[in-house]
Design a protein around this ligand. Structure first.
Ligand code: FUB
Length: 324
C-alpha cells in the first residue's frame, strides 16, 4: 500500500481529531513546532503553543488552514504544552477540548467555545473541574448525550491518578506491571452545556477476548494513550494506542461507557515515537486520520495523514486495500 502524503505540509501537525460539521470534514490536530528540547520519555519535546483548524470539502481536494483557533497565551491556567485536542458540536455551538500542563506542571483539560467549527475559540478561564491527564476525545451520541474520554501514561501522567488524587511521586513508580490489570483510560459524561463533567469520572473497562481485563504486561493490547470513540451499526468502537508497542487497536462495546472487548489492530507502528488517530465517516466512507514523522524525520515534528477504512462481513475494522 503506497504511503499517503500528509494532508498539509506548510505546518507540522499531529494527533488529528476529525469530525464532519455542516457537510465539511474538519480536522483538529496538535500544531507541532521546532524546539531545542531533547527527546525524552516525558514528552518535553512536544512543546506546542497553539492550535490551527483545517477543513476540506472533499477527500483529495484542497485543505483550508483556518489559522490560529486558540493559543496558550489566551488561557490563564495554561503553563505549557498544548497537546492533542478534540472538538464537538451541540446545539449550534462548537467546543474545543484540549490538554495542557497548568502552572504546577499538572496536565488538565480545558474547553473553549465558538459559534463556528473553525473557531476562533473563547477559552473558559479554568480547566474543566475534575479533569486530568491528556488526550481528550468527545463523543456525542444520537440521543444528544455527550461523553469525554481521556488519559495517557508516562508524560500524560495517568499513573499519577491511580488513587483518584494527583500523586507526583507516582510518576515513575506506580505504572501497573506484570499480571496486574493495565491502567485504564477514563470517561465522564458531559453536562448539557458541554463545559463540565456531569457526575463521576469512571474507568473505561477494556477486556481481552477472554472477558478478563487486559494485563499490564500485554503491551500489544493494553491502553497507552489516544482514546477515540465512534459508533457503527449501533455498536461503540473504542480505539487507542497501545503499551510501548504503539499499535492502534480497537475494542467494541454495547454502551459508550463500556465495557469494551478487544477486537483487533487497525494500524502498525508509524515512523516516529508516537501514534494517535481518529476515525470518521464522511460521504459514506470511513477514514482513519493519523500522523507520522515521514516529512521531518524528527519525533516532535509530525504530519497528519489519512487512509480509508472498511468493515468486513463481521463488522471488523481494517485499512482499505485500495485507497481512494
Ligand atoms: O502530541 C503530544 C502527545 O503525543 C499526545 O498527547 C499523545 O497522544 C502523543 O501523540
Amino acid at each position: 500500500m503506497a504511503d499517503p502524503k500528509p494532508i498539509v505540509d506548510h505546518l507540522f501537525t499531529a494527533d488529528p481529531s476529525a469530525h464532519v460539521f455542516n457537510g465539511k470534514l474538519y480536522v483538529y490536530p496538535s500544531h507541532d513546532r521546532e524546539t531545542d528540547i531533547q527527546d525524552n520519555d516525558n514528552g518535553d519535546q512536544y512543546d506546542m503553543t497553539d492550535y490551527h483548524v483545517f477543513s476540506m470539502d472533499s477527500v483529495g481536494g484542497p485543505v483550508t488552514d483556518h489559522g490560529i483557533a486558540l493559543k496558550a497565551d489566551s488561557v490563564p491556567w495554561v503553563g505549557k504544552q498544548m497537546w492533542a485536542p478534540d472538538a464537538a458540536e451541540k446545539n449550534g455551538k462548537y467546543y474545543l477540548y484540549y490538554p495542557a500542563r497548568d502552572k504546577e506542571g499538572i496536565f488538565r483539560i480545558g474547553v473553549a467555545v465558538s459559534d463556528k467549527p473553525e473557531g476562533p475559540f473563547e477559552p473558559d478561564p479554568e480547566p474543566i473541574q475534575g479533569s486530568y491527564s491528556i488526550d481528550p476525545a468527545t463523543f456525542v451520541d444520537d440521543d444528544g448525550k455527550a461523553f469525554l474520554y481521556f488519559g495517557g501514561i508516562w508524560g500524560g501522567q495517568l499513573q499519577c491518578w491511580r488513587t483518584g488524587k494527583f500523586v507526583r511521586e507516582a510518576y515513575e513508580t506506580m505504572e501497573a506491571s506484570g499480571d496486574e490489570p493495565a491502567l485504564l483510560p477514563r470517561v465522564a459524561k458531559l453536562t448539557e452545556d458541554m463545559r463540565s463533567i456531569d457526575g463521576e469520572v469512571r474507568e473505561v473497562v477494556i477486556n481481552d477476548s477472554d472477558g478478563k481485563l487486559i494485563h499490564a504486561s500485554n503491551h500489544d493490547r493494553r491502553f497507552f494513550e489516544a482514546a477515540w470513540l465512534h459508533k457503527y451499526k449501533g455498536k461503540y468502537y473504542f480505539s487507542y494506542s497501545t503499551g510501548d508497542t504503539h499499535y492502534l487497536v480497537y475494542a467494541i462495546g454495547e454502551s459508550p461507557l463500556g465495557p469494551f472487548t478487544y477486537a483487533g489492530r487497525i494500524l502498525e507502528p508509524v515512523q516516529g515515537w508516537t501514534t494517535h488517530h481518529s476515525i470518521v465517516e464522511f460521504k459514506g466512507k470511513w477514514y482513519l486520520f493519523y500522523h507520522d514523522t515521514s516529512l521531518s524525520g524528527k519525533n516532535h515534528l509530525r504530519s497528519v495523514k489519512m487512509r480509508e477504512l472498511v468493515y468486513d462481513a463481521d463488522d471488523k475494522l481494517k485499512l482499505a486495500e485500495s485507497q481512494s
